[in-house]
Design a binder for this molecule. Structure first.
Ligand code: HEM
Length: 422
């Protein structure tokens, strides 16, 4: 199959179901391709994606509205709804230096490696509770019964959200990504913005409460985080204000939920398709981290990310005008045959297992990489310990969500056999 690259639409639902042959063709024929149907340059090989990631001055992350563009009357309605919330300010993911440096410094004071490491017992207890809830039921729907609740409950715990608000928390996460890389109706977009307002008011009140009653939690740590006086790279030493903190919390919520759900689900599918790897994992659970890495490379839940060109320049021999929208396609770079022999194969024993770009690289490198790696490791250890075996029944249709940026299965039926079953 060959694709007409000029008319190829990466947002087309059929392409989203299996984009990999299209990416392979782009890497081979035109690793920087202007996709005219959407007016964006797709960058698809590892070397050029790295070139973009290493040069944030030329490739800006101020893409803010990554949602599909709106006509002007719809934009007005959107502004009206947003007026009921706090200003949506670009932080981290959608900010450039020097503002980005300030945000990263401040958030790194709150979301430290120690905070992440201390979440391990919580992750393990959520994982075992979830597995116990379905282990004897024969057939489960993995996305709903494991992939979704595990990361939601972990990040909710980190943000000190009570169990009674968990369902709202998940809804706010869905609302936050509505329209990103997906074509939805205006009414759905407005409804999602109302949900984001609700999320903002909830967390603004929680932050306010901690000003007078500090707690040992991430919200208090965000409130009290300060840039070091002698830090030469940050001239603006202001602490985070409320809209900035809300934007950061929203990023933790969104990035922490959807992506990890998709990783867990794809890992399950890959293990079912590679039963020898499941057997080896059961015999030796210390293989869990390398299985997670290879699943990250092959599934790449964040398939790509936007950048805006800040000047006229050339990339891979292609002229890119100032202001052009660029998509760096991590999912394609991760299957670059010049780096990975048998790029579509699942091989957790590769030498260069951690060279993948599933978490990006450079100044925007995923802030939650350690957390999602930990969730993946604990999930695999517990699944391997508690399940004798599992298989994917024929009821599965393997439909992916119609989103270009976040790729994951809508559902995955799994037949489970508990360990020790006769
Ligand atoms: C499998 C799970 C995950 C994947 C595949 C993933 C992927 C990514 C990627 C590719 C980027 C870089 C975007 C860019 O270059 O523009 C990124 C950034 C980010 N991720 Fe993740 N992520 C995951 C989990 C998480 C978790 C659990 C959190 C938080 C708890 C998180 C928070 C963030 C934040 C805040 C950024 C922006 C960092 C910055 O711009 O400085 N991610 N993530």
């Amino acid at each position: 199959m060959t694709t007409d690259l000029a008319t190829f639409n990466p947002f087309d639902p059929a392409a989203i179901q299996c984009p990999f042959p299209h990416y392979a063709q782009m890497r081979e024929e035109a690793p920087v391709t202007l996709v005219e149907s959407v007016g964006m340059y797709l960058v698809t090989n590892h070397e050029l994606v790295m070139q973009v990631l290493r040069d944030p001055a030329t490739y800006s992350s101020l893409f803010g509205g990554a949602s599909m563009p709106l006509p002007s009357d719809a934009r007005e309605k959107m502004m009206e709804v947003m007026a009921d919330g706090y200003p949506r300010v670009p932080t981290m993911l959608t900010a450039d230096m020097p503002e980005h440096t300030r945000y990263r410094r401040l958030v790194s004071k709150a979301f430290t490696p120690k905070v992440v490491a201390e979440l391990e017992p919580v992750i393990r207890s959520i994982t075992t509770r979830l597995i116990d809830s379905w282990i004897d039921s024969g057939r489960i729907e993995f996305v709903e019964q494991f992939g979704v609740p595990l990361p939601v409950e972990v990040i909710a715990h980190a943000l000190n959200v009570p169990d009674s608000r968990l369902a709202d928390f998940k809804r706010w996460s869905d609302d936050s990504i509505a329209g990103i890389g997906t074509d939805i109706s205006l009414e759905q977009r407005l409804e999602a913005e109302r949900g984001v307002n609700e999320f903002q008011h909830y967390f603004a009140a929680e932050l306010e409460r901690r000003r007078t009653e500090p707690q040992d939690d991430l919200l208090t740590a965000l409130l009290t985080a300060r840039v070091d006086d002698d830090d030469p790279e940050v001239t603006d030493k202001r602490p985070l204000d409320v809209p900035e903190m809300l934007s950061i919390i929203q990023q933790l919520l969104v990035a922490g939920n959807e992506t990890t759900t998709k990783l867990l689900t794809e890992t399950m599918r890959l293990l079912a398709e590679n039963p020898d790897e499941w057997t080896r994992l059961k015999q030796d659970p210390t293989r869990a981290p390398q299985i997670v890495e290879e699943a990250l490379r092959l599934s790449t839940p964040t398939q790509g990310m936007f950048r805006i060109s800040t000047k006229d320049h050339e990339l891979g021999g292609v002229h890119i005008p100032k202001g052009a929208r660029i998509v760096i396609v991590f999912a394609s770079a991760n299957r670059d045959e010049s780096l990975y022999p048998d790029p579509d194969g699942f091989d957790p024993d590769r030498d260069n297992l951690r060279d993948h770009l599933a978490f990006g690289k450079g100044i925007h490198f995923c802030l939650g990489a350690a957390l999602s790696r930990l969730e993946g490791k604990v999930a695999l250890e517990e699944l391997a310990g508690r399940l004798e075996s599992f298989s994917l029944p024929e009821t599965n249709e393997y439909q992916y969500f119609p989103s270009f940026l976040l790729r994951g299965l809508t559902r995955l039926d799994v037949d489970v056999v508990p360990a020790g079953a006769a």
